[in-house]
Design a binder for this molecule. Structure first.
Ligand SMILES: Nc1ncnc2c1ncn2[C@@H]1O[C@H](COP(=O)(O)OP(=O)(O)OP(=O)(O)O)[C@@H](O)[C@H]1O
Length: 232
């Protein structure tokens, strides 16, 4: 498998914090892998995800991402460049933050493409296709508040994929869902890995981690284990 992300000496200390949230992390992620990031609350999982995905600029170390256009040194990008990288190359399935409750399911997905320059008509056609593929046909015009938690996560998955992103970051994508719906949402994310995409998922749930190929565990901001998942 070819390398997609190479991380060297990654560290991050939030302003005013006494201890680093992330410390000397080295990590290689290959194209087509599914990687779970686990660890106790406060161990640095989200900080690692945010540094890998260019959401935050790390205070130390390097993140090399092999984008569709060539290698990108993520840690050296400015805010605008990181935003462009996220928009064009990465997909996000987060519990909160990215979807807009006042927009419909269709608009939430289409906006990802419109931000990258697609016309509304093209964006909505592509969005409708993804929503249908994810079992949401007929619900396109519902606002998020009129959908179940699992349906909202499907909207998030559609949005993460509609731009053609090859690297998907998920932060507790099943955290608020019942076990049946969790399984369905994870099935959808792992299906996209079988299509050649790469998934990095932060989770507290051992069942989610066991279905990924690899489990990276953090403690106090450092990687303490990096193993193939038992059930993978
Ligand atoms: N914006 C921030 N400003 C200051 N400190 C922060 C910030 N975000 C996280 N931290 C601190 O950094 C450390 C790592 O936090 P992080 O959110 O990465 O952990 P986590 O493993 O994802 O935790 P959880 O499982 O509870 O979400 C913690 O000590 C946390 O308090």
């Amino acid at each position: 498998m070819t390398n997609l992300l190479s991380v060297r000496g990654l560290g991050h200390t939030y302003p005013g914090a006494h201890a680093p949230a992330l410390h000397s992390v080295d990590l290689e992620i290959s194209r087509g892998e599914s990687v779970a990031i686990m660890g106790a609350s406060g161990s640095g999982k989200s900080t690692l995800l945010h540094a890998l995905a260019g959401i935050i600029a790390p205070s130390a170390g390097h993140v090399l991402f092999h984008a569709s256009t060539g290698p990108v040194q993520v840690d050296t990008l400015n805010d605008d460049e990181r935003a462009k990288l996220r928009r064009e190359e990465l997909g996000f399935v987060f519990q909160q933050g990215l979807l807009l409750s006042e927009l419909s399911a269709l608009e939430n997905v289409a906006v990802a493409l419109m931000l990258s320059g697609s016309t509304r008509r093209d964006a909505e056609a592509a969005a409708a296709g993804w929503l249908a593929d994810l079992g949401l046909a007929g619900l396109e015009d519902r606002r998020l508040g009129e959908l179940s938690g699992g349906q909202v996560q499907r909207v998030a998955i559609a949005r993460a994929h509609v731009t053609g992103a090859q690297l998907i970051f998920a932060d507790e994508p099943t955290g608020a869902l019942d076990s049946t719906t969790s399984t369905e949402v994870l099935d959808l994310l792992l299906h996209s890995v079988t299509q050649g995409r790469t998934l990095v998922v932060v989770t507290h749930d051992p069942d989610v981690a066991a279905r990924c190929q690899r489990v990276v565990t953090l403690r106090d901001g450092s990687i303490v284990s990096d193993v193939a998942a038992a059930n993978a």
